[in-house]
Design a binder for this molecule. Sequence first.
Ligand SMILES: *[C@@H]1O[C@H](CO)[C@@H](O)[C@H](O)[C@H]1NC(C)=O
Ligand SMILES: *[C@@H]1O[C@H](CO)[C@@H](O)[C@H](O)[C@H]1NC(C)=O
Ligand SMILES: *[C@@H]1O[C@H](CO)[C@@H](O)[C@H](O)[C@H]1NC(C)=O
Ligand SMILES: *[C@@H]1O[C@H](CO)[C@@H](O)[C@H](O)[C@H]1NC(C)=O
Ligand SMILES: *[C@@H]1O[C@H](CO)[C@@H](O)[C@H](O)[C@H]1NC(C)=O
Length: 369
Amino acid sequence: MVPSLLLASCISFTLVAAEIKLPDGPIIAAWQNWGACNDTQTIQAVERGVNVVFWFSSNLVKDGDKPKISGPLPDLECVARVRKAIKEKGLPTAHLLSIGGWDAPHPDTSFTGTEWFHAWNEWNQGLPMPFDGFDWDLEGNDYLTSPYNVFSPACLQLVVDMSAAAKAAGYLVTMAPPQTYFDSTTPHFNRYLNNSNPPDYRPEFRYRGRNSYAYMWAAAPPGTFDLVSVQLYESYAPAMQALQEGISGEEYLQSWAAQFILGWTINFNDTSLKLQGHVDVAVPASHFLIGLSFGSPPRSAFFWPETAGAAYSNAPAHLRPRGYAFWMIGIEDSLANKSNRSLSFAFGLNSFLHVRKQGRAQLEKRSLR
Ligand SMILES: *[C@@H]1O[C@H](CO)[C@@H](O)[C@H](O)[C@H]1NC(C)=O
Ligand SMILES: *[C@@H]1O[C@H](CO)[C@@H](O)[C@H](O)[C@H]1NC(C)=O
Ligand SMILES: *[C@@H]1O[C@H](CO)[C@@H](O)[C@H](O)[C@H]1NC(C)=O
Ligand SMILES: *[C@@H]1O[C@H](CO)[C@@H](O)[C@H](O)[C@H]1NC(C)=O
Ligand SMILES: *[C@@H]1O[C@H](CO)[C@@H](O)[C@H](O)[C@H]1NC(C)=O
């Protein structure tokens, strides 16, 4: 038997040579439910338009004195089987593994980001079908004084270093900030995830971030992150406030996307961090996805795919996002926004992004209506 350490180092050497790429053109990304691997639902979503799948989820924990990739992982044999079926259908799709989620622990900082990358890479290369990379989904915690309602400086540095190491090895690296975690509506920054809402909008809500993911983006070497999927459906976020104040969904999507893509300045005024001071932040349109979900107001902003489509086609090409991400595959075809209308984001987004050809999947969907 080949010693596994030797095997891992050979494989990671090969990987450096072969950079993994996103599918060309527009992107429709979708998250899986916690621990989910449903063959039927996943393949259907991919046939309808999804070309980036975020499998959900994993945590980076310390086990004894070793780094460990732990659950709630999906069944990894099932993931390999589904991916093989997608490949055989000739549908180019990237598969990443999420790290984190709401109420999940943040990565254990007993190990550096570089050490975490090596542990992750070795684990990943031992899978029946290794992931193409990972998606940062670190978030806050219901328990207001949880240590996971703040990013320690070491944790931010870990994310930066692990991401840079993964990118250097040829992997895809993406991030999925809730809107206030990467927030073009403010120049302010702190590491907390339990900030209060502004006094004029749901001041009792205590789970806002303040540009902590923007720090990860800005502190990492240029080119580290392939995609930023901003979750516009964050509870009581700026998007929901704007809609409540009467702006139309189409106008909001268009003006907010333009603001995000054109960039803004953030004051990283935290002396415990490596990068400090006023920094210009801009995410190129090619790296920017708008994250949508099934609703619903007044808690979280909801947009029909055709509203996204109108905002997209009426925007100048350089102010359009690369695509959209949605939460989540397991609730496709459910009733959206407490209405009587069944919604498929994959189908609706594909009808203007044309990731997949208008084919059998679309016709089937139409006949279901
Ligand atoms: C997978 O999804 C399909 C369609 O929604 C459902 O009928 C089926 O029960 C699911 N399978 C499992 C194992 O959950
Ligand atoms: C926010 O979270 C931090 C980190 O756990 C905690 O120290 C602080 O007390 C929390 N703030 C509030 C207002 O609960
Ligand atoms: C950083 O600036 C904000 C205003 O943007 C201020 O409220 C906060 O106290 C400052 N933080 C530090 C650590 O100076
Ligand atoms: C969602 O539902 C709410 C409540 O019925 C409604 O006010 C709002 O207009 C709906 N949003 C969209 C985008 O249809
Ligand atoms: C949904 O349909 C049911 C039955 O047809 C109807 O009673 C209800 O009012 C409808 N709800 C909405 C939000 O349209």
